[in-house]
Design a protein around this ligand. Structure first.
Ligand code: AGV
Ligand code: CA
Length: 315
């Protein structure tokens, strides 16, 4: 009997609590062949995100998956309080009790690792990205051979027909943070012409982290991954009020797309452009004639996604 080949995936994340939960969800997917994990030092501090990533891989028995680190920084740094928030994840007993080995670290810079891994792959690769696109753009820009191997990019980023979540001086709140961190890279990304599925705030707004969901997760806390995920999410309920009150399942929603596909999402093919200037740097707006076509998620089925997440963490 012929078995369907597993879906090859490269995962680039930026170490937020949501990114770590996404890694856990991705590692729970049997149909995914994870070729490597790369880190963008954006909504995290790189050593924390590296430690969390290595430990989660180890907890899932995936010490063979290479991890490569990025050292490129965007123009608009994340607030320090947000970058420090995921430190707590490394302080939970299950994480403290997990040994970490640098042997799993690939010595190549993340963009080089991404480009090499794409080119070395004998079939097309899905790129899942839950932080800014700086690593990926550095990997793909001017590298047609690597671009040709990208089946599809699933990116948590952007805000198209809804308000953004950047609230800083010199910004009018029209941009989403991942797009804002490095607006020039975001613009370059759209100009590449690769297949992009944008899991924008338009869709992630359907999924605030709420107590009812945490309660359902707590009911299955006998499963170690539910226990750990519940602890991770608990660190987000006091989202820094100075910027925003709610923590959403931004990256987790993008990750769930890899398993749920079209059944749980509505997409619209749209021509977008990116602002690189104040007061709306990083805004991803409709621009008919830009010829930068992007598949924008306009809606996600909250109940289906939450059911799926609960199911995957109960294994
Ligand atoms: O804009 C959403 C992105 C996602 O990739 N990140 C968090 C997710 O990992 C930035 C962000 C927006 N609001 C935040 C963020 C908040 N209140 N706390 C931390 N990060
Ligand atoms: Ca993120």
């Amino acid at each position: 009997m012929q078995t369907t080949p597993r879906q090859k995936v490269i995962f680039d994340h930026d170490g937020g609590v949501d990114d770590l939960l996404s890694l856990m969800l991705l590692l729970s997917m049997d149909h995914v062949d994870l070729l490597g994990v790369t880190i963008t030092p954006a909504d995290c501090y790189l050593p924390d995100a590296t430690e969390s990533t290595l430990k989660l891989l180890r907890l899932f028995g995936r010490e063979e998956v290479p991890v490569a680190l990025g050292n490129l920084h965007g123009i608009n740094a994340f607030p320090a309080e947000w970058r420090a928030q995921p430190k707590i994840c490394n302080a939970f007993p299950m994480m403290l009790n997990t040994p970490v080995s640098d042997a799993q670290l690939d010595c190549r810079h993340a963009p080089q690792f991404i480009a090499d891994t794409l080119i070395a792959s004998d079939s097309h690769v899905t790129v899942l990205m839950t932080g800014p696109c700086t690593n990926l753009v550095a990997a793909l820009k001017g590298n047609a051979a690597a671009q040709a191997k990208v089946k599809e990019l699933v990116w948590m980023g952007g805000a198209v027909d809804v308000a953004g979540n950047v609230s800083t001086h010199n910004h009018n709140t029209s941009a989403e943070w991942n797009a804002f961190w490095d607006p020039i890279a975001t613009q370059d990304l759209f100009a590449l012409g690769i297949e992009i599925r944008l899991i924008a705030l338009d869709a992630t707004n359907e999924l605030p982290v709420n107590k009812a969901f945490l309660q359902d997760l707590a009911k299955q806390a006998d499963y170690p991954m539910s226990q750990l995920a519940g602890q991770f999410w608990a660190t987000t309920v006091n989202s820094i009020p100075a910027y925003e009150f709610t923590y959403y399942m931004w990256d987790v929603l993008a990750t769930s797309y890899l398993a749920l596909g079209h059944t749980s999402f509505t997409f619209e093919r749209a021509e977008l452009a990116v602002s690189v200037k104040e007061p709306n740097a990083g805004q991803t707006y409709r621009s008919p004639g830009s010829d930068q076509w992007v598949m924008v998620a306009t809606w996600a089925d909250r109940d289906q996604v939450l059911d799926y997440v609960l199911k995957q963490f109960a294994r």
